[in-house]
Design a protein around this ligand. Structure first.
Ligand SMILES: *Cc1c(COP(=O)(O)O)cnc(C)c1O
Length: 342
């Protein structure tokens, strides 16, 4: 079965206003000059999805909330870190669907204080009307979410639990659909991308895109994920597993193997949500050259990885590399102090 037919069989709510633009980074190319070695850079603006401040999680939520509605759910319970973009966008989506939303937020990052705990995504979560459960360290977030769902069920409600980052096979469908979008856009542009670069956190974005490319007969190994959460090998295995679970759900009869998934662990630094110098440099560079905002936890680290790869000669002159801007801009406000001194 063709990927688009397989996707069309599955429940989905529409949260995007059509394809996100692909834009060439001309000024950045000029600023990098000879260091770029003739490589061309473009960005796919998944940060420009309008709802709730935008970002990659809306593609997952189209299918997750579609699934929730198909099950008759009236409440979304989403799990994430304190500054979770997924939680923020689940809250915004629930608002548009007339559903309740509860967020289970775990302290995954060693940061505290008002800017981290009350600004950025947390501020927006409450504006969107979500009920927040901010967990103390050591409490299992998924277990808490299941218990909360059980309590709601006993009260006659119909909850739908969306786990960390929304990276279940259903959530991954959003990026399988994005593979189709990228294929159509690259045809229309008359361009073949030599690489697609993205952050790999809970791995669903990478897994979904790789699954979609595989189903289309394209090469998933062109996607290079920069892990920001798990060590590279664990992230790679999770990406393969989630990608194959997504292909199973689609029923398209393709499989990903180890050689299809490329994950680098070079930009993770000391761990999830922990600032690196290369991330700060990448966020500043792209902001100053292009007026484009990356985020401190995901896309800033991935763009740092792209710059390092370009400088080390990974791509050939004339290659056109596509960076997936995944959003997460509210995170900048939660990390203000990382950018203000210097
Ligand atoms: C969640 C997130 C990612 C990573 O996506 P995964 O599917 O979790 O790997 C990247 N960028 C931003 C801004 C995110 O919020």
């Amino acid at each position: 079965m063709h990927l688009s037919d397989a996707l069309n069989r599955l429940p989905r709510v529409s949260l995007l206003d059509g394809p996100t633009p692909i834009q060439r980074l001309h000024r950045l190319e000029k600023a990098l000059g000879p260091a770029l070695g003739g490589v061309r850079l473009s960005v796919k603006r998944d940060d420009l999805t309008a709802l709730g401040g935008g970002g990659n999680k809306l593609r997952k939520l189209e299918f997750l909330v579609g699934d929730a509605r198909a099950q008759g759910a009236d409440t979304i319970i989403a799990v994430g870190g304190v500054q979770s973009n997924f939680a923020r966008l689940a809250a915004a989506t629930a608002a548009t669907q007339g559903m309740d939303c509860e967020l289970v937020l775990a302290p995954l990052v060693p940061r505290a204080g008002d800017e981290y705990e009350r600004n950025g995504n947390v501020l927006l979560d409450s504006l969107f009307g979500a009920r927040l459960h901010v967990l103390a360290p050591g409490i299992d977030a998924t277990g808490f979410a299941q218990d909360r769902a059980e309590a709601l069920r006993r009260a006659g409600r119909v909850p739908y639990v969306a786990t960390l980052g929304g990276s279940t096979p259903v959530g991954c469908l959003g990026y399988a659909a994005c593979a189709l979008e990228v294929q159509e856009q690259s045809r229309a542009l008359g361009e073949t991308f030599a690489g697609i670069v993205l952050p790999n956190g809970s791995s669903g974005t990478h897994a979904g895109l790789a699954a979609g490319l595989k189903a289309l007969g394209d090469n998933p190994a062109l996607v290079r994920g920069h892990s920001v959460l798990a060590p590279a090998e664990a992230a790679r295995q999770a990406t393969i597993d989630k990608g194959n679970a997504t292909l199973d759900l689609l029923g398209v009869g393709a499989r990903l193997d180890a050689s299809d998934i490329d994950v680098s662990g070079d930009q993770r630094g000391e761990g999830y949500g922990i600032v690196t110098d290369a991330m700060v440099e990448a966020v500043r560079l792209v902001a100053r050259q292009e007026g484009l905002l990356l985020d401190p936890v995901y896309s800033g680290k991935a763009f740092a990885g792209l710059l390092a790869d370009v400088r080390s000669g990974r791509y050939r002159p004339g290659d056109h590399v596509l960076f997936l801007a995944t959003g997460g801009v509210p995170g900048l406000y939660a990390y203000a102090s990382a950018f203000l001194n210097g």
